[in-house]
Design a protein around this ligand. Sequence first.
Ligand code: SF4
Length: 75
Amino acid sequence: MDKKKIKKEYKTEEITIVWEASKCIHSGNCVRGQPKVFNHKARPWIEVDKATKDELIDQIDKCPSGAISYIINES
Ligand code: SF4
C-alpha cells in the first residue's frame, strides 16, 4: 500500500486516534513519550488502550506534524 495514502483510526469508547502516515516527520516524540502506545515495530503500531484518554491527548498535542490527531467520542 502507498504509505502516503494510509489513514487509520484507533478507537476506545472515549477517544479515536487518527493516524495519517504522509504527515509524519518522524520526530519520535510519540514513541519516546508513550512507548507503550506508540511502537513502530508492533502491529498495530498504536495501541490506544495502553494509556488513559488524558495521557493520549497530552501526547498527541506534542506531535509537531499533525500526523496523529484525536476525536473525543460522543458518549
Ligand atoms: S510525534 Fe507525530 S511526527 Fe513525530 S513520530 Fe509521532 S506521529 Fe510522527
